[in-house]
Design a binder for this molecule. Structure first.
Ligand code: C5P
Length: 238
């Protein structure tokens, strides 16, 4: 039986993981899964419902109320939280500032990982996040670990927020939020962000999107014969 192919991309906040993951998925005909969006959507639910993260029972009860779905159209990912499209709202600062706290909770991780593993049971996927190559798919044949200069990352995220109409946010605020998330993500007890032993590092501080795509594509080609990569992508819900 042929197992589905997983391309695992991990790395620091705002270092362009989703850009390359989307481009790769498109080139390969795979599904793109933004695992960070799942943690962000859960965080939005926790914020809206004032879930006390220190109360285990409250966290478990909240998780039982949450249904997440991805809807892929034209290789853009849209995520719904209990049927409501929240793709824009989960990128805003309130969620960004709280997501690492929510993502550090074991019950949250257990549930997200379960859902992520299910997705690969039926499709070839490119998934990005913090623990994809270490905890979610430790056997993934292709693993990338991405990094870039922190100031360059902050500038990119700042430009993105501004282009989406957030005129209030400052570059310093984005930089601080990013630094705090990197710290929280790399030092937490549950599945911290670390480079898998068999991951290949991609520092994209000075690389264009095309150069990164070429690098990743060659890596996949070196590990996976072309005939084993099948086209499975359709506009779909997963
Ligand atoms: O990738 P993105 O920046 O959207 O992720 C938001 C946050 O979700 C991260 O800072 C991290 O705390 C959490 N996350 C995680 N594990 C993943 C993906 C994201 O803990 N696989």
């Amino acid at each position: 039986m042929r197992t589905n192919l997983v391309v695992a991309i991990d790395g620091y906040s705002s270092c362009g993981k989703s850009t390359i993951a989307k481009a790769l998925a498109k080139k390969l005909g795979f599904i793109y899964v933004d695992s960070g969006a799942m943690y962000r959507a859960v965080t939005l639910y926790f914020l809206r419902n004032q879930v006390d993260v220190h109360q285990e029972a409250a966290v478990a009860a909240a998780l039982a109320q949450i249904e997440l779905n991805f809807h892929a159209r034209d290789y853009q990912t849209h995520i719904t939280l209990n049927g409501e499209e929240v793709s824009e709202e989960i990128r805003q600062m309130p969620v960004a500032n709280f997501v690492s706290t929510v993502a550090s909770l074991k019950p949250v991780r257990v549930e997200m990982v379960r859902q992520q593993q299910q997705m690969a049971a039926v499709k070839n996927i490119v998934m990005d996040g913090r623990d994809i190559g270490t905890a979610v798919f430790p056997d993934a044949p292709v693993k990338l670990f991405m990094t870039a200069d922190p100031m360059v990352r902050a500038q990119r995220r700042f430009d993105e927020l501004r282009s989406k109409g957030d005129q209030q946010v400052s570059l310093e605020e984005v930089y601080e939020s990013l630094k705090q998330r990197d710290y929280a993500d790399t030092t937490r007890v549950e599945s911290p962000l670390i480079q898998a032993a068999d991951a290949v590092v991609l520092d994209n501080t000075y690389l264009s999107p095309d150069e990164q795509l070429e690098f990743a594509f060659q890596l996949i080609r070196s590990k996976q014969p072309a005939e084993e990569v099948t086209i499975t992508y359709r506009d779909t819900t997963y």
